[in-house]
Structure formats: C-alpha cells, structure tokens
Design a protein around this ligand. Structure first.
Ligand SMILES: [Zn+2]
Length: 370
C-alpha cells in the first residue's frame, strides 16, 4: 500500500470511535478498480503509454465485439478483460419472432418507448437464445467477467424523464402469472385483465415480474459457475433509490437488486449525472452509490462478496460533461462503498484528447491514494 494510504488508514482506525466511521481492516488494499467501457482504448497506447502506465486496469467491451486478437491485446496490456452482455434488448429478434414483443395495457404490441425496444421476459425461445450466447461467450473467451446490460422491462429510463409503459400483458405472461401466483383472472379482455393486475392484484403482479427477471440472473449465474467459475458476474443497472420516480425501479423496471444479490458479484449502477438531469451536481453520483451500499449492506472494504463499481458519464450524451468536471465525477464514482469506477464511454472519447488526459490524471491520482 502507498505510504499516504497507510497513514490515512491509521488515522481512520484511531478516529473510528469518535467519528462514527466503521474501522477499516488494516490490510485494506483501498486502490479502486479503474475501468474504461466501450471499446479498445488504442488512442492511449498510441500516445506513448501502456494502459497500466496511464492508470487503467480494466476494460469492458461489448460481448459481440470480443475477438481472440482483442483479448490478446488487453492481456498484453496487463489489464482485466470484461464483457458487456445484452439481455433484453436484442431488438432484431422481433423481425422473425413478433410474438416476443411486449404487450401494453391495451392488449396490443407496446410501441418502443422513445425508440427503446425491449423483449417479453417470458418468451422461451428468446431466453434460451440469450443463455446459449452467454454460455458461448464464456466458453470461447478466457475473460475475467461478464456484465449483464439492459436487464429490465420494455422502458426507456436512460434519460432525465423516463418513459416506462406498463407491460407485458401478452397471453403467455398472463398464463404464467396465473400459474405461478395461483391467481385466476376472469375471462375478460386483455385491457380489463391488465387493469385488474395494476389495481386489485398489483402487489402480486409486481412481485411476480421481479421474480421473472431475477430468475434470468439465476440462470446466468448457473452458466457462469458451470463454464468459467473464476469470472465475475456483474450487472449494469438503473441507479435509482427505492424512492426515486415513485419506486419505479421495482414497480416498472422489475429490478430486484436485493434478490439479484444472491447471484451477482459486482453491481455497476449507471449514475449518468449530466444525462439524467444533474449536470451541475456531480455529488448526486456519490449519493446514489451511498444509497445502494446501505441498501445492499456493502461498505467497500476488502473481503466483501458483493462489490459496487459504478459506471459514470464522461462522454457527452445529451448533455455535455466538461473537462473540468472529470476529476470530481471519477472521484465521486470511486468513493466508498464503491471499490471501482469505470468511464462511460470510450466511443465518445476517442477524439477528445483533453478528456483522455483528464481521465488519466484522475485515475493515476485514484491509484496513488485511498
Ligand atoms: Zn409477455
């Protein structure tokens, strides 16, 4: 450990009682993981430094863009190699399988909210296909982990004002709900049944949807354990607390973080502060991460089974992120209970040398201190 980290740690231990901060284990390696998401950062190496020298120690690529050559490149750079895996957003599947389209409260196919196309979570063929692709990824590439992405309902939430239609009321979902929840719906039209599910049976409906989405995670975990048990299973997920947007993370998006914690190793909330209406308030990032830590009982100390590595917005998406904000955004993302942070997203940064420089300075500072 760096000398300054040791001194700070001793101070924390000494003041633990007085400040109310829990004491940290004396052997704590408090250097956070520093990651780049969304592409091979060739530009860093082209500028004359290795990724390690630059301050990066992990890279996330889309699962579809992994090749033996790219993995070998990451290995030569001595960084962790992770994949992102699209669970419920393979929109092109619907061309050949229109019965996998989510159905709305009116009994018709729900139009993609703001163009974001989800998939019915009980479509057996779609689910089996995703599981095969997940297995093939882990069997083919000796990667260090895989992160689930888009594991939520048919909803466009990655913006300041989310668009979250109620779904899926297809015949298959209603059949499954009735069997699993032991509730018999009356023989009425789908719109009438949907109205009952969102009123009389609302709590049973929400609970059932949560279980459906969590069971996907259980199966991904089983495949990970069977194919590459040393790889981490992570998830990129919505960063809202239980109170944000009226509890929509649970009621609308069907993301049960506590239940998923039985299967997930690393939670990567996506507090894209600028995109989500907090452009002038990077402290929002650490507030959301602190909430997640207390919610899941994660403190950010060594030896914990569960970890939090947020992915934070550095590239401009909808709202710009100024260069002068980069250091604070990364520091807030890496703050305990987080033990890692990653940059979103390399594709939007390749032509921004000033931003790349700022990322490197911030990462090297994180690597040198606690
Ligand atoms: Zn359905």
């Amino acid at each position: 450990m760096h000398l300054r980290g040791c001194l700070n740690l001793m101070l924390v231990l000494a003041l633990g009682g007085a400040t109310g901060r829990a004491p940290v284990r004396a052997d704590a390696p408090l250097v956070p993981v520093r990651g780049i998401y969304g592409g091979i950062p060739q530009e860093i190496v082209d500028s004359g430094r290795s990724l390690k020298e630059f301050g990066v120690d992990a890279v996330w690529l889309g699962s579809g863009s992994y090749t033996a050559e790219r993995l070998a490149w990451l290995r030569a750079q001595q960084v962790q190699a992770y994949a992102e895996f699209n669970t419920l957003h393979v929109a092109e599947y619907l061309k050949a399988h229109p019965d996998a389209a989510p159905v709305g409260t009116d009994g018709r196919v729900s139009p993609a909210p703001d163009g974001w196309q989800g998939i019915c979570p009980t479509h057996e063929g779609y689910r089996a296909g995703r599981m095969r692709a997940f297995r093939a990824l882990l069997e083919t590439f000796a990667i260090d982990g895989v992160w689930l992405d888009y594991h939520h309902s048919h909803a466009s939430w990655e913006q300041a004002e989310p668009n979250m239609p109620d779904t899926c009321f297809c015949d298959r979902c209603l059949r499954r709900f009735q069997a699993d929840a032991a509730i018999t719906l009356p023989q009425v039209s789908t719109p009438e049944r949907a109205a009952l599910l969102l009123s009389t049976h609302r709590s049973a409906w929400v609970r059932w949807r949560l279980k459906v989405f969590t069971d996907w995670v259980r199966e991904f975990r089983d495949i990970r354990d069977a194919t590459r048990p040393g790889a981490l299973l992570g998830t990129f997920h919505n960063p809202w607390s239980d109170d944000d947007f009226g509890g929509a993370r649970i009621d609308k998006l069907a993301i049960d973080l506590k239940a998923q914690a039985a299967y997930i190793d690393v939670f990567s909330p996506m507090p894209y502060h600028a995109r989500f209406g907090h452009a002038g308030d990077p402290a929002w990032i650490s507030r959301q991460v602190a909430w997640l830590g207390s919610y899941l009982g994660i403190r950010g100390v060594p030896g914990e089974r569960l970890r939090i590595w947020p992915i934070v917005q550095i590239s401009d998406w909808g709202e710009p992120v100024p260069v002068r904000q980069i250091d604070e955004v990364l520091r807030r993302g890496a703050r305990a209970p987080a033990t890692g942070v990653m940059v979103f997203a390399w594709g939007g940064l390749r032509k921004s040398p000033e931003k790349i420089d700022a990322i490197g300075r911030a990462f090297r500072a994180l690597a040198a201190s606690d």
